[in-house]
Design a protein around this ligand. Structure first.
Ligand code: G3H
Ligand code: ZN
Length: 286
């Protein structure tokens, strides 16, 4: 069932585990993520970037798709429908469309404006119970047109953002969207510790794809309670689809049945979600 994120993630930080936040793109992706969570009996967060929401037909359709899929699949685990890296307009639109949670990503604004707009989004969201994620510093790389320089989160700025009453905080700690370059030197655990010491809200680790398991586990033990994963599912989907077609398996049937063409990739997303959830120690639902 659909729930807001505040209590779910606060419990995760307190319990030293994380909950997976997976990006969706369409019906297949949505079914794969929800099906994996249900099979493992764990809560899950499903999110759309602004780009994915545009691709899928808008925030209302995304919200309705997730809600209807939960119903048709008899999903009983808690599901948070979240906006990933939204600008000010997108956050307002997702709130109006009935999302349970929104990220307002003001990392590219002057800090005073990021702070001001974050406050405004909190004021719009909280009366409806909708949780809010803000960002300080930036995530390196690019995701659906959102570009970051990868600068480390400033602890003072993080404190000020946290004081707005946000429910979770995304902080740049050397993490990067997309695939990690070969010369990547790892997460900045010193900065993560400084942040975790003063921020009581759950911390969010973006760019989860490709971070070695031991670094993910260490970050979770230090206060990360939301792990964002996008690229890993895309890679798994693309690989399985390519292999299926290159092996000529699509020719066994009609060769052009979309339900057959999309099946191996969908299964690969489900397997990927299950594997990553295993790393996070997500506490099963009673
Ligand atoms: O906001 C989404 C995530 O930060 C995804 O990052 O594509 O590197 O897994 P990723
Ligand atoms: Zn991200």
């Amino acid at each position: 069932s659909l729930v807001h994120g505040t209590e779910l993630f606060a419990a995760a930080r307190k319990g030293h585990y994380a909950i997976g936040a997976f990006n969706t793109n369409n019906l297949e992706w949505t079914r794969a993520i929800l099906g994996a969570a249900q099979e493992l009996n764990v809560p899950v967060l499903i999110q759309t970037s602004m780009g994915a929401a545009k691709y899928m037909g808008g925030y209302e359709l995304c919200q309705q798709l997730v809600e209807a899929t939960i119903k048709s699949m008899n999903i009983t685990v808690p599901v948070v429908m979240h906006l990933d890296h939204g600008n000010y307009e997108a956050a307002k639109a997702a709130i109006a469309a009935g999302y349970n949670s929104v990220m307002f990503d003001g990392h590219d604004l002057p800090f005073a404006e990021n702070l001001e707009k974050t406050k405004e989004i909190v004021a719009l969201a909280h009366p409806k119970g909708i949780s809010v994620e803000a960002e300080v510093g930036s995530i390196g790389g690019e995701e659906d047109g959102v570009v970051g320089e990868g600068e480390l989160a400033d602890v003072e700025e993080a404190k000020q953002l946290a004081a707005t009453g946000i429910d979770f905080l995304a902080a740049g700690i050397g993490n990067i969207h997309g695939q990690y370059p070969a010369n990547w030197t790892g997460l900045h655990f010193d900065r993560l510790q400084e942040l975790a010491d003063v921020i009581k809200q759950p911390l969010v680790l973006h760019g989860g794809s490709g971070i070695p398991q031991d670094q993910v586990e260490k970050a979770i033990s230090m206060g990360v309670a939301k792990l964002n994963i996008n690229t890993e599912c895309q890679l798994a989907f693309a690989k399985a689809t390519r292999e299926y077609i290159e092996a000529g398996k699509d020719q066994e049937g009609k060769g052009f049945d979309p339900r057959k063409l999309l099946a191996p990739g969908t299964k690969a997303i489900e397997d990927t979600v299950k594997e990553i959830v295993g790393w996070m120690g997500t506490k099963p639902v009673k």
